[in-house]
Ligand binder design. Structure first.
Ligand SMILES: Nc1nc2c(ncn2[C@@H]2O[C@H](COP(=O)(O)OP(=O)(O)OP(=O)(O)O)[C@@H](O)[C@H]2O)c(=O)[nH]1
Ligand SMILES: [Mg+2]
Length: 444
């Protein structure tokens, strides 16, 4: 991007704010509180995922421990006896860290480190560290940095991996960066973090505005966006549809940016398709908020292709988790096609069964390219068939109302004090006439 220079000149991340020290492979135990409503299988799968996250972050897992509780303890997360035992086992196994499958409150983390001499990493910190390693563009780096600072502010704790030498040197010795720090120093640090947060927020706002302008120029095109759980195969499908050559890897959060390309549909209607960052359960809310520039691609789409890995037994759970993130970013109303991916890995009969179960879904294999024409057909149908739009037009646009009578079918028309409210059935290709007046849209 040639405009990068202008966008970032007021806030440049210095290398020392970003580069991490080289570190040897470290080791840890993973642990979680199992709530009463959780089944053994669910908790095992959730810990499998945590282990996969740890592996992606370069930490070897030496053991896993769980405690059944109605809910986590507010001051120490686990019970005290359980933590004493864990501290003992960590020491015996020479493990560096305890990784916990939830976001800890600042108080919980501090108490565990101080009272039990355990160095603890929570799920949020682990995900942040993977995002940190995988962020390549300036936009992604700024967004990750913002989420890190927001996480750090109430904790004033150095993030795992960022100050390895200090924090990792004394095994299980409790490496709080703030230990011994005076109140005054803590206040200065907080102020510095707040200033940095403000500057990065401003920079991200500028990026968002810039993208908004770019998008306005593409307004004529219909927008399609791939969404889904991390590792579902979004980038593989994106490459299959566009020859874009986006990075595909069997790892969590390979993609952190959005990439957009033109897609040719058989009707020749201009469509732009975007690949973007994947979701995961318990996605840290700071990350969702700080990735607002990247996630605009999702919020702004006319149609979402929700890609799910059906070879994974937890696919229904993944679908729910993705829905919940979509809800939190205000994208749950956007029409979707569910894409059942990796069908090459499971039995044909099971594929048929799952397709029946998920009405309107299309089963494909992005790797083998099977059923891609069917997917494109479903996309065309959704995008180019009629859409039902709720509009609010200013009175200055009465000419547009007449035009809408010609090109669409007006279902309701209400002349109110503050404008003309219409519900109109319109072929999707005519949508650009009224884009800026849309209150709500659904596909017929
Ligand atoms: N067998 C099989 N593997 C697939 C298929 N689609 C993707 N994969 C594999 O799944 C892994 C993840 O693929 P990506 O396309 O990087 O997944 P993604 O959803 O973009 O993942 P993130 O960007 O990390 O969120 C890679 O190893 C792909 O080769 C498929 O249809 N069949
Ligand atoms: Mg990807």
């Amino acid at each position: 991007m040639t405009q990068d220079y202008d966008l970032f000149k007021e806030y440049e991340l210095e290398d020392e704010d970003w580069e991490l020290p080289e570190s040897e492979e470290q080791s840890a135990f993973i642990a979680a509180v199992i709530r009463q409503k959780e089944s053994d299988e669910e908790s095992r799968e959730s810990l499998d995922e945590l282990e996969r996250l740890a592996d992606t972050a370069g930490i070897a897992i030496l053991g896993r421990y769980t405690q059944k509780r109605a809910q986590p303890d507010t001051s120490t997360y686990f019970g005290k006896g359980f933590l004493e035992e864990l501290a003992h086992k960590l020491f015996g196994a020479k493990a560096d860290y305890l990784i916990i499958n939830d976001e800890l409150s600042p108080v919980q983390a501090r108490n565990i480190e101080k009272n039990f001499a355990i160095q603890v990493i929570d799920r949020t910190e682990l995900i942040l560290s993977i995002f940190h390693r995988h962020a390549k563009t300036k936009e992604a780096k700024l967004q990750v940095k913002l989420a890190e600072l927001e996480y750090q502010l109430p904790r004033l704790k150095r993030l795992w991996g960022h100050f390895d030498k200090e924090r990792g040197s004394g095994r299980a010795s409790g490496g709080m960066a703030t230990r011994g720090m005076g109140e005054k120093q803590i206040e200065i640090d907080r102020r510095l973090i707040r200033t940095q947060i403000r500057k990065i927020n401003d920079a991200i706002d500028r990026i968002s505005k810039h993208k908004e302008t770019q998008r306005k120029q593409r307004e004529q095109s219909l927008k399609l966006c791939l969404v889904g759980y991390t590792n579902a195969g979004k980038s593989t499908l994106f490459n299959r549809l566009t020859d874009a050559g986006v990075l595909v890897e069997d790892m969590l959060f390979a993609t952190l940016d959005s990439t957009s390309r033109q897609l040719k549909l058989s009707t020749g209607a201009p469509v732009v398709i975007s690949d973007t960052v994947g979701f995961i359960s318990k996605l840290p809310h700071h990350l969702v908020a700080s990735f607002r520039a990247t996630l605009m691609e999702v919020v702004d789409a006319d149609l979402l292709l929700h890609v799910v890995d059906i070879s994974d037994l937890r696919h229904d759970y993944y679908i729910e988790q993705v829905e919940s993130v979509l809800q939190s970013i205000g994208a749950s109303q956007i029409p979707q096609i569910l894409v059942l991916n990796k069908s090459d890995l499971i039995d044909d009969n099971l594929v048929k069964l799952l397709s029946l179960h998920h009405q309107g879904a299309v089963a494909i294999s992005a790797v083998e390219g099977s059923n891609i024409p069917q997917l494109l057909e479903a996309v065309e149908k959704q995008l180019l068939d009629n859409q039902i739009l709720s509009l609010k037009l200013p009175y200055a646009q009465t000419a547009l109302v007449s035009r809408l009578h010609e090109i669409g079918k007006i279902e309701t028309e209400d002349y109110r004090e503050d404008g003309i409210y219409l519900k109109v059935k319109l072929p999707a290709k005519e949508r650009h006439w009224v884009e800026e007046y849309i209150l709500e849209s659904e596909i017929d």
